[in-house]
Design a protein around this ligand. Structure first.
Ligand code: HEM
Length: 316
């Protein structure tokens, strides 16, 4: 949840109506800030760093030609942190020498901008260790976008290792209907038109059995089983609404696109305390086509959740 613990500040993912379908639901981002701090900042930063240390191969990937774009990402994010959260971060720049202070972690880092020799890790890896967002760098060439670098600690059932180097359409092939309805082509064209200084954002949602953030494809055996345990009686605690706030920034010099993913999780029992959300989500889940429920991994326990929601609806 957000820093003040306010339920209504949760990024509710549904537009009007009682049906959900895949679409290009991106809208302009105002204010144009990539990063959001929540009350679980330190917990998530510690978890990110632990995962990066123990599983570098599945949490970080980069190709050598992304270095200039990585410095651009560092520049964009450190400036935004210092200007949006001046009480928590400070950035002092003297010519090429940068000093970044993170008051929340109690760290002070200095390096020469653009000089990898002055940093122990790559710029994208560095900056990703100070924010809750996962950071994906898509490089544009030959009329296409490629996943050429990324720091990914909290994937919703996908693998950075597997997707490394893939094009936008290749990444999205597992999604049912995406290709047949040309959504992949339309979204790719939209992405390639994004301009520097005019970022976009969208929300993606899913239901999860459990509240684990690190649901990588590689560890499915550790968390996937929980789906079988959801019942009408425990759905309020065990099932979580998982929402990804995704933002898209054009990097003016390298022409890459920075794609940030901030994952928010809320137990269903808390989520439905707001009656309009309970009503709309019940309707959407009931109507959700099986191919979408199956892709999102909800099929096994959709019925149990619906029974729970219907009982809650009767009480209002
Ligand atoms: C450019 C950066 C983007 C990257 C790197 C990215 C990556 C991904 C990945 C890895 C998945 C999971 C695929 C799997 O099952 O293996 C996914 C799913 C999806 N993406 Fe993207 N995506 C991007 C942008 C977008 C945009 C701009 C849209 C729409 C406007 C979009 C729409 C979707 C949808 C609808 C899903 C299915 C999600 C679900 O049902 O839970 N993506 N994306």
């Amino acid at each position: 949840m957000t820093i003040n613990g306010d339920l209504l500040a949760f990024p509710y993912p549904f537009a009007d109506g009682d049906a959900y379908r895949y679409s290009n639901n991106a809208i302009p981002l105002n204010p144009p800030i990539a990063i959001e701090l929540t009350e679980s900042y330190l917990e998530e930063i510690n978890l990110r760093r632990e995962l990066l240390t123990n599983h570098p191969e599945r949490c970080y990937h980069s190709m050598p030609h992304t270095m200039d774009a990585q410095w651009e990402v560092l520049d964009l994010i450190l400036h935004q942190l210092a200007s949006s959260y001046p009480e928590n971060y400070q950035l002092v720049i003297n010519d090429n020498h940068w000093i970044f202070t993170n008051h929340l972690t109690g760290e002070n880092h200095s390096f020469d901008f653009g000089d990898q020799a002055t940093m122990d890790i790559e710029p994208l890896d560095f900056v990703g260790r100070h924010v809750q967002e996962d950071l994906i760098l898509m490089m544009q060439r030959d009329g296409d976008l490629f996943l050429d670098a990324g720091q990914l600690c909290f994937p919703a059932n996908w693998s950075l290792y597997f997707d490394a180097g893939m094009s936008f359409k290749e990444i999205h092939t597992p999604i049912p209907g995406f290709k047949s309805e040309s959504l992949d082509e339309r979204i790719l064209q939209f992405l390639m038109r994004i301009e520097a200084g005019s970022p976009w954002w969208r929300k993606n949602w899913s239901l999860m059995a459990g509240e684990r953030l690190d649901t990588s494809l590689e560890t499915f055996a550790e968390w996937g089983q929980a789906r079988k345990k959801v019942t009408k009686a425990n759905a309020g605690e065990l099932a979580n609404l998982r929402v990804e706030v995704q933002k898209l920034f054009r990097l003016p010099k390298s022409n890459g696109i920075l794609f940030t993913i901030h994952t928010h999780m809320l137990p269903l029992g808390t989520f439905i305390q707001h009656t309009p959300w309970l009503k709309q989500f019940s309707a959407i889940l009931k109507e959700l086509p099986e191919f979408i429920a199956e892709y999102k991994g909800i099929s096994l326990y959709r019925h149990a959740v619906l029974e729970y929601l219907e009982e809650e609806l009767k009480k209002r």
